[in-house]
Design a protein around this ligand. Structure first.
Ligand SMILES: NC(=O)c1ccc[n+]([C@@H]2O[C@H](COP(=O)([O-])OP(=O)(O)OC[C@H]3O[C@@H](n4cnc5c(N)ncnc54)[C@H](OP(=O)(O)O)[C@@H]3O)[C@@H](O)[C@H]2O)c1
Length: 380
């Protein structure tokens, strides 16, 4: 039996270690990829900290590599030898062969992206999770039509005639730079936030229309003033996507989106399933737990559901969501065309030495909050 190196934990709460394990077999809707580079996500640290990883199970979400074998039920066109990138779910509880911190990975093929010839694997390893999440948490949450892009990557003008504004909180995250680029392609006017040290990076990579320092006490008031200045031409601010999705970021977003309401306190109990609130103000959260926001409809989407399979995270098993999968597959095609045309670019990367063995050190940097304005990437 052919084997490979893969990262796993040996016991609950233990640090990741490299093991030798069988190369996973290809399931019908999956493909086998020889991994060339992997990217780290905050989720890699969070899953370990919340005890979600299962001993012996593979780990890692963001990968880039070369197709080796394609499952018989894959609907999109992938061939052995092609350069591709994408996402896996991390800390999969039901199977031990899902993950990409390994020499080979089996990946849900229909959500993968062909990589442009000019893009190195290391850059492409920053794309997978952020692309799929942008599709669901930006476009689908706010019912924004996907950009219309030809297979060669030529963009048609946005179909929407009325300009609209959106607040994207956390513009320097890997989610933030990608979501902002896609929001601009869709014709939205983007207000965003980051640390001042990342303003130049955010402006050059994703070109938002307005940016403030999210740690400044005056930031919500500055955003509010700008959104009110835009209201006569763009309509009121009704959409907010929070790429941090913590209690404090939710409170910040509430102050800008619904300034007349009393924002929740930082000690307000968080909720897993947001209650329905009748409102034309929508808050898109990508974290599992944020407090309820007064007068605002919260929509939460978690990447684990995008694969269209049964999933679980810190709670009961959730049924397969075929709609989530089909929308994610449709958006992967749009994103692939945008990449081909150079319309969107991956997040800034920092390539780390040491391959798979060095990944635990990178996870530690995420755990300590030491990663700012970049994604740590490892060559495999
Ligand atoms: N629902 C999903 O499926 C899904 C998918 C992807 C990610 N996520 C979640 O989304 C979050 C972002 O992921 P990512 O990979 O994009 O992160 P990332 O790129 O690793 O984020 C790093 C950035 O976070 C910013 N940051 C940290 N704390 C902040 C705070 N309190 N307020 C504002 N900014 C803060 C820092 O910005 P500055 O240095 O500029 O301050 C830093 O540049 C994570 O919590 C992740 O788990 C969820």
């Amino acid at each position: 039996m052919a084997t490979m190196k893969a990262l796993t934990i040996k016991e609950k709460g233990g640090a990741p270690v490299l093991i030798e394990r069988p190369i996973p077999f290809v399931r019908p809707t999956y493909m086998l990829v020889k991994v060339a580079a992997v990217g780290l996500n905050p989720a890699d640290a969070l899953c370990l900290d919340y005890g979600m990883n299962v001993p012996g199970h593979m780990m890692g979400c963001d990968w880039a590599g070369t197709v080796v074998e394609v499952g018989e039920d894959v609907t999109r066109d992938f061939k052995p030898g092609e350069r591709v990138a994408g996402m896996c779910r991390s800390a999969e509880p039901f199977r031990d062969d899902v993950g990409c911190f390994s020499e080979y990975a089996v990946v849900k093929a229909d959500l993968a992206l062909h990589i442009p010839d000019s893009m190195p694997f290391t850059d492409a390893a920053a794309l997978g999770v952020a692309v799929v999440t942008t599709g669901r948490c930006l476009f689908d949450t706010f019912n924004i039509p996907y950009p219309v892009v030809s297979p060669e990557g030529k963009l048609s003008p946005p179909t929407s005639t009325a300009p609209q504004q959106i607040l994207i909180y956390g513009g320097s995250t890997s989610m933030g730079t990608l979501t902002t680029q896609f929001a601009k392609l869709a014709g939205l006017h983007v207000l965003t936030t980051s640390s001042p040290t990342n303003h130049a990076m955010v402006k050059s990579l994703s070109n938002p229309d307005f940016i403030v320092d999210h740690y400044s006490p005056s930031a919500p008031a500055e955003l509010l003033a700008e959104s009110q200045r835009l209201t006569p031409t763009h309509g009121p601010l009704r959409m907010c996507m929070d790429t941090i999705s913590s209690a404090s970021s939710a409170v910040f977003c509430c102050k800008v989106l619904n300034p007349s309401a009393m924002p929740p306190g930082l000690d307000t109990p968080v909720e897993w399933v947001p209650a329905h609130v009748e409102s034309d103000l929508t808050y898109s959260t990508i974290g599992p737990l944020t407090p309820p926001l007064p007068g605002i409809q919260t929509k939460r989407r978690i990447g684990f559901s995008f694969l269209g399979e049964e999933w679980a995270m810190l709670g009961p098993v959730q049924p397969a969501n075929v709609g989530d999968f089909e929308r994610s597959r449709a958006f992967a095609v749009v994103a692939e065309r945008c990449l081909a045309g150079g319309l969107v670019k991956p997040h800034v990367i920092e390539v780390q030495e040491g391959g798979l063995e060095a990944i635990p050190g990178g996870i530690e940097r995420y755990r300590k909050g030491l990663v700012s304005g970049r994604k740590l990437v490892y060559v495999v």
